[in-house]
Design a protein around this ligand. Structure first.
Ligand SMILES: Nc1ncnc2c1ncn2[C@@H]1O[C@H](COP(=O)(O)OP(=O)(O)O)[C@@H](O)[C@H]1O
Ligand SMILES: C[C@@](O)(CCOP(=O)(O)OP(=O)(O)O)CC(=O)O
Length: 205
């Protein structure tokens, strides 16, 4: 059960180092943390994985080498959980989310999108963050077989007609411009209805 019903759910996906965290942090800053929360499917996964394997959860959350060293095993472990219950991590992240706008920052598999679309029809929009391999490499990405060619990275490469695509090569002005539509949508959905004297009278008739 969630603490309150959301008004908009933005389902983000993108390759590693495309800038999902960067872009979603920026949206949250523009909207405010009171209006918008960021839900990371990988957070409960990393927490449980760290507990079971005696690892440092905080370091797994970071963008450094520690996470990369454990990524392949975490993927395998997460897949075994999802195999039994595809909504396992989705249900965990929505628990306690109280803001009207939810950003799910790391959808990776069709089952992630399907879970949200079936639980919250009418509220979801899918957003793809894209950056060239060259840009991603400048941010520290190196192709790793078994990760970059596996479902965790490629599960949404085909078969999804994304509602929004954000190109994130590093130009802040260009990025800001692309976010305008998403920010307007979020503001529209979260606006309180405006009651004028006329509308009150006509409703009362
Ligand atoms: N538009 C941008 N301008 C400057 N730095 C960026 C931009 N987008 C991403 N980065 C940086 O690139 C790195 C990877 O981005 P991140 O958001 O962690 O990617 P992902 O979550 O997709 O793996 C981070 O250090 C981040 O700060
Ligand atoms: C095991 C993972 O959940 C690890 C994901 O960690 P992050 O979401 O931090 O990864 P990037 O932002 O792409 O670098 C992947 C999975 O397949 O579930």
């Amino acid at each position: 059960m969630t603490a309150s019903e959301p008004k908009l759910i933005l389902l983000f996906s993108g390759k590693r180092k495309s800038g999902k965290d960067y872009v979603t942090d920026l949206i949250q800053k523009r909207l405010s943390p009171e209006l918008c929360c960021i839900l990371r499917l990988s957070a409960p996964l990393k927490e449980r994985y760290a507990q079971e394997h005696g690892l440092d959860y905080k370091q797994l959350l970071g963008a450094g080498q520690y996470k990369e060293q454990h990524r392949a095993e975490m993927i395998r472990w997460g897949e075994s959980k999802r195999h039994l219950d595809s909504g396992f991590f989705c249900r965990m992240v929505v628990c306690g989310a109280t803001q009207p706008v939810w950003i799910v920052s790391d959808c990776r598999r069709m089952s992630d999108l399907q879970w949200f679309y079936s639980e919250y029809p009418q509220l979801c929009a899918s957003v793809r963050v894209e950056a060239s391999d060259q840009t991603r490499a400048q941010r520290g990405w190196r192709f790793t077989a078994g990760i970059d060619d596996a479902e965790s990275e490629c599960g949404l490469d085909q078969g999804v007609d994304f509602d929004w695509t954000i190109r994130n090569e590093g130009d802040v002005t260009f990025l800001d411009g692309q976010l305008e539509g998403l920010l307007s949508l979020a503001r529209e959905r979260t606006q309180e209805p405006q009651y004028t004297q006329d509308s009150i009278q006509s409703n009362g008739q």
